[in-house]
Design a protein around this ligand. Structure first.
Ligand code: NAD
Length: 339
């Protein structure tokens, strides 16, 4: 199948090329992000392969359909950047990689939490300057603290399990479906408002949907405990950035660790070190000593990249052979039934 691969980085090409030896698709690697302006580059390609910040809104999908594209292959789990109703109307199938390596994201989430809470990046910066003073680096034990996990799907369940059974945290969870195994480990499901009110640390692992948009906002933070630590490796728009800034200034928030940012499409995945960043909210966030931001890299492990490439190309092979698309987004319910 002829595939236009958007938002290609060297590592995407490396892992897709390696996986393609078993499939032999014709992969055309493109650096630009997909949007309505770059969609014509895919004219004549039956498939486009895209990532988290490609924008598949109605005009983009219409341009793709006009050029003959029949399938969109997301090389990620989230699909909030695709107008699924329009894709369905145009007869464009959408496939994703639902579970490439939940461990990659879960481990990174806990890594971010520990790095923020134990001041590891600050300590590292000091030691590089031969400053071995410890004042200002006092952290807190994770053991015994109350952590709220919002969304206990593939990633959230691993985080909850590890915090509960590994670190000995008191883990609260909020999800529209409860995980019986987690409950047996001692994880307690509570309504979201109760979770926000009781947690010392909150980590977000639910998808971005109209219901979860700005889940963390001024109102919800007002009910939170003072000094709340927030971790978000899920999607930026789960939190209202201005509310985070206000919360940090008022000390309601004691620390924020983000791998995702609401306006990240204008920033992440590019080297902008010589550019003027015009996003004042992002720049403000960076000025806080208790904010730690990474550029959407929680997924970035060899295992995950291999799995993403293999699953994506297998979906295209199945589509070409007319087989059922097991990873189709349109066909499946967003909310998975629990086994
Ligand atoms: P998943 O579908 O397995 O789990 C999501 C869970 O959220 C489900 O249990 C679902 O029931 C729950 N949920 C849905 N709506 C909810 C709501 N309103 N309130 C509470 N819970 C709700 O997904 P996953 O594989 O665990 O991934 C979670 C998110 O992580 C993805 O949606 C994606 O946005 C993000 N992600 C980020 C990276 C990264 O590199 N930073 C990589 C992969 C995934």
């Amino acid at each position: 199948m002829k595939v236009a691969v958007y938002s290609t980085k060297p590592y995407d090409q490396r892992f897709l090329d390696a996986a393609n030896s078993a499939h032999r698709h014709s992969l055309h690697f493109l650096e630009p992000r997909l949007d309505r302006h770059t969609a014509p580059l895919a004219a004549g390609y039956q498939a486009v392969c895209v990532f988290v910040n490609d924008l598949l809104d109605a005009p983009t999908l219409e341009a793709l359909a006009q050029g003959g594209t029949r399938i969109v292959a997301l090389r990620c789990a989230g699909f909030n950047n695709v107008d699924l109703a329009v894709a369905e109307r145009l007869g464009i199938a959408v496939v994703r990689v639902p579970a490439y390596s939940p461990h990659a994201v879960a481990e990174f989430s806990i890594g971010l939490l520990l790095a923020l809470d134990r001041r590891i990046p600050r300590a590292w910066a000091r030691v590089r300057e031969n400053n071995f003073a410890l004042e200002g680096l006092i952290g807190r034990n994770l053991h015994g603290r109350t952590v709220g996990v919002v969304g206990t799907g593939r990633i959230g369940a691993l985080v909850a399990r590890s915090l509960c059974a590994g670190f000995g945290c008191n883990v609260l969870a909020s999800d529209i479906a409860e995980d019986e195994e987690l409950k047996q480990l001692g994880v307690r499901y509570v309504p979201l408002a109760d979770l926000i009110g009781a947690s010392e640390i909150i980590t977000l692992h639910c998808p971005l949907t109209p219901e979860t948009h700005h889940l963390i906002n001024r109102d919800s933070l007002a009910n939170a405990r003072d000094g709340l630590i927030l971790v978000n490796t899920s999607r930026g728009a789960l939190t209202d950035t201005r509310a985070l800034i206000a919360g940090l200034k008022s000390r309601k928030l004691g620390g924020v660790a983000l791998d995702v940012y609401e306006q990240e499409a204008d920033l992440f995945f590019e080297d902008l070190s010589s550019e003027i960043i015009e996003d004042d909210d992002f720049q403000r966030l960076l000025t806080f000593p208790n904010v730690l931001i990474t550029g959407h890299q929680a997924f970035l492990t060899e295992e995950a990249l291999t799995s993403i490439a293999e699953t994506t190309l297998q979906s295209l092979t199945d589509a070409e052979a007319g087989k059922p698309l097991t990873n189709a987004v349109i066909a499946e319910a967003v909310l998975r039934p629990r086994s």
